[in-house]
Design a binder for this molecule. Structure first.
Ligand SMILES: Cc1cc2nc3c(=O)[nH]c(=O)nc-3n(C[C@H](O)[C@H](O)[C@H](O)COP(=O)(O)OP(=O)(O)OC[C@H]3O[C@@H](n4cnc5c(N)ncnc54)[C@H](O)[C@@H]3O)c2cc1C
Length: 438
């Protein structure tokens, strides 16, 4: 679709030339994310301020131009792909820390900032921001907000939605709104902050965020526990989650994932991190099981980092096993994990598709990796099983394009209708990320 010349002319008159790319070769660079989808927009716009975003949205509205906001394009379900062309909005130039306030345990940032930059700045003051996706070094806070991203620490500290106090955003109608604020509690009307988080750029463009910080723990303990089989490892996950202390990470790896890390023996492993002294005794006791092979405690910070580095690199290592990978991130209550993993094993055999499972077991969030190019029937059965187990389609990666067809399985028709109504209020002309989610 060629863009309306009057639309482009108006943008050229209003903004510096460096803020607008229209060359097809440039636009190609913004046509994909970490999914298998690709679509080329006709223009890429770099906002420098919230007002820039507002002006752009008003122009897009006037000329009916689709607008897809992009973080750093590391998301997996295709949310940042400009499916219907139009303009890709990048907030790469909005990457400042606006306020770092340890006394109120918060930090205000522009949405284009890279997540690791946030962590580094918070660390300097003795704090951390809880969301820690494996992609932290190269994803943006705006993208974390778009998908309600999480990571291993979510078992104790929650996902993005639990760690953002307030937002500045521009709706699809072109209105600048401020949601939430600088306090950890409020009781003033609907919680628009939590609504916008996870909305995948379909309701409003987030330009600034007030992030909730936690104090760095005095000490962290990390260890790996190797078990003969999956049932033992998952029984231990349930035992850990049943005692009073939460680990700060509780990750599960099946035997295929173990092989990728160089382990030839063992049927499953748990990677556990604890960040409070009191929890150590209870959690180590919960790890005992007759099928336990051994427990290896990381004795130094360096050894602990090495353990997590291996876990972070698992996703990329999978590509060594197969050029094709369908990566799902289903979530079920932890007590349903045994049934889920049994079903996944049965489906792997039924469809003759290798399935590698690992993930954030403390949340019941398993990254299910089907080593196949396409597997629609198998996927359908996986999602049906997950929903029957009172789980849902995605724990942290989002819906985007990939899981859109399965939304009616996960949500009531009436809930979808309410969501569509909300979309219509925020974005009456359906210009923001059209074709996603529903
Ligand atoms: C190696 C690797 C490891 C990963 N590990 C994890 C993990 O442990 N946990 C986890 O949760 N995820 C993980 N992810 C996926 C994760 O969702 C993304 O890495 C990250 O949250 C997306 O950030 P991004 O800046 O790349 O966003 P993009 O992919 O660019 O965008 C994500 C979505 O947010 C929307 N969006 C972007 N910016 C804004 C904005 N300013 N306002 C409104 N909407 C916006 C986009 O339209 C899109 O729908 C991993 C990905 C990779 C590649």
């Amino acid at each position: 679709m060629a863009l309306n010349q009057a639309f482009l002319t108006s943008l050229r008159e209003m903004f510096h030339p460096s803020q607008l790319l229209t060359d097809t070769a440039d636009c190609w660079l913004y046509s994909y994310d970490n999914s298998r989808h690709r679509a080329v927009a006709e223009a890429v716009f770099f906002a420098k301020t919230t007002q820039d975003v507002q002006t752009l949205i008003k122009q897009c509205r006037q000329y009916h131009v689709p607008l897809t906001v992009r973080g750093r394009g590391t998301g997996t379900p295709g949310g940042a792909v400009p499916l219907q062309g139009g303009v890709v909005l990048s907030l790469d130039k909005m990457d400042r820390i606006l306020l770092l306030d340890p006394q109120n345990r918060l930090m205000k940032v522009e949405a284009g900032i890279v997540t690791q930059t946030v962590q580094n700045a918070a660390y300097e003051k003795g704090f951390f921001w809880a969301p820690d996706p494996g992609s932290s070094a190269y994803c943006a806070v705006g993208g974390n907000i778009g998908y309600n991203a999480a990571g291993p620490r979510a078992v104790k500290y929650g996902a993005t939605r639990d760690n953002v106090l307030g937002l500045t955003a521009v709706t699809g109608a072109g209105d600048i709104i401020h949601t939430g604020g600088y306090t950890t509690k409020s009781a003033v009307g609907y919680d628009l902050t939590r609504l916008l988080i996870g909305s995948e750029g379909t309701l409003a463009i987030v330009t600034e965020a007030i992030l909730k910080l936690h104090a760095l723990p005095q000490k962290k303990y990390a260890f790996r526990a190797l078990y003969k089989n999956i049932s033992a490892a998952i029984a231990v996950v349930i035992a850990i989650m049943s005692q009073p202390y939460l680990p700060s990470a509780l990750e599960f790896l099946d035997k295929h994932a173990l092989k990728l890390l160089g382990f030839d023996s063992g049927g499953a492993m748990l990677l556990i991190e604890i960040d409070e002294e009191n929890a150590k005794k209870n959690i180590l006791a919960a790890c005992q099981h007759e099928e336990l092979i051994d427990i290896h405690i990381a004795k130094s910070d360096k050894a602990r980092e090495k353990l997590w580095k291996a876990r972070r690199e698992l996703s990329s290592a999978l590509r060594m096993l197969s050029p094709y990978k369908i990566n799902e991130d289903v979530i079920v209550p932890v007590t349903a994990l045994p049934e889920l993993l049994k079903t996944l094993d049965e489906l792997s055999q039924k469809y003759d598709i290798p399935i590698v499972n690992f993930g954030h077991a403390g949340n019941g969030n398993i990254h299910v990796n089907l080593l196949a190019k396409e597997a629609p029937e198998c996927l359908q059965e996986i999602f049906e099983a997950v929903i029957a187990l009172r789980g849902t389609l995605s724990g942290e990666h989002g819906i985007g394009l990939e899981k859109k067809p399965f939304m009616p399985f996960a949500l009531d028709q009436s809930a979808i209708a309410i969501m569509r109504g909300i979309k219509n209020v925020f974005d009456p002309d359906n210009i923001l990320n059209p074709g996603k989610l529903f």
